[in-house]
Design a protein around this ligand. Structure first.
Ligand code: AMP
Length: 285
């Protein structure tokens, strides 16, 4: 099957209903477009495990705050179509804002409590409700067996797992590893905003995560000390401004008393125009 672009919910549902009748398994990859190899890695994973792959491109206004980059979010549908086709996507769902939100503002939304309030949620208070609402809508529209998300957005993945469990949504959520540039920078559509000197400076996020992981591997067990070490390292890079750095429990995203089980290092910093996030898992044996 060659890639087919679908713009309406009705048409997508008609095709997928037919596919389900012949018992095809459906893998789903939601994105906001401006695709890179991180997105393609999710599509390839979906292609390897399912009969049919649906990807969506939708820059969801609900998950952008008033001062964020909704209007200028990078877009290139032609290039995205090529990347998606190469990665094995069969159906590329590209709905308009009107198609997704025909009544304008939604009066029903999906809000996840505790998990969504801290870290990214502290800086972006409406972001996760907007994300959870659109992902729930997309789950209803696609009816996939499996949905693929990047560990790049680690808190997002934890929140999705939580509302899928809380609402008994019949989909298997699969987390995929972070795709990085050769120098360690996590791939992100927003990296395109970086000026050359900022692009260089942005590696401070992955370098900091690696340094913190090494400290834990060498025996550091105090998560506060690890967070301080990360903050100090980011402070050495004049083009970066730290938002948060933390060592957390990978399931609850709480900071543990002591690091005596596998943990996740989280970091967010402004580097020039974009706010970048990254994370790394550490086993503490
Ligand atoms: P976005 O288009 O930024 O909303 O991302 C769509 C999906 O791609 C999300 O599940 C992201 O976590 C995932 N993703 C984005 N960047 C990466 C990356 N560098 N590696 C792996 N997955 C990623």
């Amino acid at each position: 099957m060659t890639l087919r672009q679908i713009d309406t919910i009705e048409e997508l549902r008609a095709i997928l209903d037919r596919e389900r009748r012949r018992e095809a398994t459906i893998g789903f990859v939601p994105t906001m477009g401006f695709l890179h190899d991180g997105h393609a890695s999710l599509m390839r994973a979906a292609n390897a495990a399912n009969d049919l792959v649906v990807a969506s491109i939708f820059v969801n206004p609900l998950q952008f705050g008033a001062n964020e980059d909704l209007a200028s979010y990078p877009r290139d549908l032609e290039r995205d179509t090529e990347i998606a086709a190469d990665a094995g996507v069969d159906l590329l769902f590209v709905p308009s804002v009107d198609e997704m939100y025909p009544h304008g503002a939604v009066s029903t939304s999906v809000r996840v409590d505790e998990l969504a309030r801290r870290w990214e949620g502290a800086t972006r208070p409406t972001h996760f409700a907007g994300m959870a609402t659109v992902v729930t809508k997309l789950f209803w529209i696609v009816g996939a067996c499996r949905a693929y998300f990047g560990e790049k957005d680690f808190q997002q993945l934890a929140i999705i797992r939580r509302f899928v469990a809380d609402l008994s949504i019949p989909v298997e959520v699969i987390g995929c590893p972070i795709a990085r540039a050769e120098d360690g920078l996590a791939l992100s559509s927003r990296n395109t905003y970086l000026e050359p000197a900022e692009r260089q400076a942005a590696t401070v996020l992955s370098r900091t995560l690696e340094a913190a992981a090494t400290a834990i591997e060498k025996g550091e067990r105090d998560p506060i000390v690890v967070a301080e070490l990360m903050a100090a390292m980011v402070a050495t890079e004049p083009l970066a401004r730290l938002d948060y750095a933390a060592c957390v429990d990978p399931a609850t995203l709480d900071v543990p008393e002591r690091i005596d089980a596998p943990c996740r290092l989280l970091i967010a910093a402004q580097v020039g125009r974009p706010r970048l996030i990254d994370n790394l898992g550490v086993s503490c044996e």
